[in-house]
Design a protein. Structure first.
Ligand SMILES: O=C(O)[C@H]1O[C@H](OP(=O)(O)OP(=O)(O)OC[C@H]2O[C@@H](n3ccc(=O)[nH]c3=O)[C@H](O)[C@@H]2O)[C@H](O)[C@@H](O)[C@H]1O
Length: 446
């Protein structure tokens, strides 16, 4: 029908503009031309429409889950940039990594997304250490040095955690992972991080933090049994909220960056999956997490590297030279919060995509409750590195940064038993020790 409409639209279109009135013979030739170009157009449109229908038919989203040899299998070949070839060997390693050890009290089998990332690698190791089954997933993107991710992955491998090299948006792969293993929990830590980078590459935030999240939730809601989900939101959702310390009840509808907006979108999206499908979901708002094996894009990491190289560092400051501050939170404290969130979660209530009753939906701040000015962070690093920084002070640019963050952790303390114990100086000491050991040994930089 749309074809007919389109063609009639072509017929109606004036053949020539202005007042020109063709004579009869000219009009005849003209009509013939229109007819022949119309039929050409018909052929083109038919081919294009058929191609679109064919692509849709083959797309992984249009395919049904778990039916071998159907459209899903064909779909993966079209999505070769994402697709992972699922071999018997890969499946064997996945199943092996998912094995629960006899010392495990919880008997959790956890899929950790972003396992080669900073928080993901620490959480994976902690879960494995206590005997849980752990399978990692990471796409090893180039947002920062892939060698660092590979080094983390080597640590995980030694500990018996296998990390699948694949993307959250590869639905085929997620389906196969869930077909191979019955995951009791998903610790979703894969994301496009970084507040300021969102101005350079906005689509990467939508791709990971929105589309990737939905893809994962789609697979989780259809799984039988449905896993529990714990995932990383962010302190940045508080945006322009000026009430301190930030409590989960405070406004979080005024994000100051696209990063924050995608994390807030994640909270809304997970709520809808909880509401419709009965998935048990806990969102954790991380406050500027730092520590050994950290992210090279973050200020404490960049400052360490540049102070050691005697390079100038830029410190942002607020109006009237007021200091910018962060509630820096040490990695080990955050890991404890993550694990406690997994352990205190109630089961999802749905199965096979159908909700059977109301399910748990929780959001917690995981911060340190003690904001420290960025200038103080720099002076601690100067002391630890025994080197004076070359500082350049600049007004806080309008790039999504907020002036300060400060967590109220009353709710997490009460319900998760979360109690951070590491102050910034102690945590940075551990970071610096790791940094020097890691990069001197490698004789390379990130
Ligand atoms: O809590 C979060 O949810 C987020 O925490 C982290 O974001 P931020 O708190 O912005 O950390 P980070 O970049 O280390 O900047 C720290 C401070 O240094 C200042 N800063 C930064 C760079 C610089 O060159 N100079 C400077 O003064 C800067 O102005 C800021 O005041 C994570 O990156 C993010 O992924 C998310 O998880």
């Amino acid at each position: 029908m749309s074809q007919i409409k389109m063609l009639s639209h072509v017929d109606d279109f004036p053949s020539s503009p202005g007042k020109f009135k063709p004579d009869k013979s000219l009009a005849y030739i003209h009509r013939l031309r229109i007819q022949s170009s119309t039929s050409k157009l018909t052929v083109y449109l038919t081919v294009i429409l058929s191609l679109i229908l064919f692509m849709f038919y083959l797309s992984p989203q249009s395919s049904s889950r778990g039916v071998p040899g159907t459209r899903r299998a064909l779909g993966s070949s079209l999505y070769s940039s994402l697709a992972v070839s699922w071999t018997g060997e890969l499946e064997r390693r996945v199943r092996n990594s998912a094995q629960v050890k006899s010392n495990s009290e919880t008997r959790h089998v956890v899929l950790v997304t972003g396992a080669a990332g900073f928080v993901g690698s620490h959480v994976s190791l902690a879960l494995k250490r206590r005997g849980d089954g752990v399978v990692g997933l990471d796409n090893y993107n180039h947002y920062y040095d892939v060698n660092l991710k590979k080094s983390r992955q080597k640590l995980l491998e030694k500990a018996g955690v296998f990390v699948v090299n694949g993307d959250l948006n590869d639905k085929d792969l997620l389906d196969k992972l869930f077909d191979a293993v019955v995951f009791t929990h998903v610790m979703h830590l894969a994301a496009q991080a970084g507040v300021r980078y969102a101005m350079q590459n906005p689509s990467s935030y939508i791709n990971s933090n929105v589309a990737g999240l939905v893809n994962l939730l789609e697979v989780c809601k259809s799984a039988n049994p449905q896993p529990v989900i714990v995932w990383a939101s962010s302190s940045s959702v508080y945006g322009l909220n000026s009430k301190v310390p930030f409590s989960e009840k405070d406004r979080s509808d005024q994000p100051a960056s696209l990063y924050a907006a995608t994390k807030k979108a994640g909270e809304a999206i997970t709520h809808s999956y909880n509401h419709i499908y009965g998935l048990s979901i806990t969102g954790l708002r991380f406050f500027t997490v730092y520590g050994p094996w950290g992210r090279p894009d973050m200020a404490y990491f960049v400052f360490t590297k540049d102070i050691l190289r005697r390079k100038e560092i830029t410190i942002y400051e607020g109006a009237d030279h007021s200091s910018v501050a962060r509630d820096f939170t040490y990695i080990d404290d955050v890991v404890k919060g993550c694990i406690s969130a997994l352990d205190t979660s109630k089961k999802s209530t749905g199965s096979g995509g159908k909700k059977r009753g109301p399910a748990q939906f929780r959001i917690y701040n995981l911060g340190n409750t003690s904001p420290v000015p960025v200038t103080k962070l720099v002076s601690i690093l100067e002391k630890l590195l025994k080197t004076n920084a070359k500082k350049k002070l600049l007004p806080l640019p309008r790039n999504g940064d907020v002036k300060f963050t400060h967590a109220n952790i009353t709710l997490a303390a009460k319900e998760l038993g979360y109690q951070p114990t590491t102050d910034l100086e102690t945590g940075l000491k551990k970071f610096v020790k790791w940094y020097i050991g890691h990069y001197q040994e490698k004789k390379s930089s990130w």
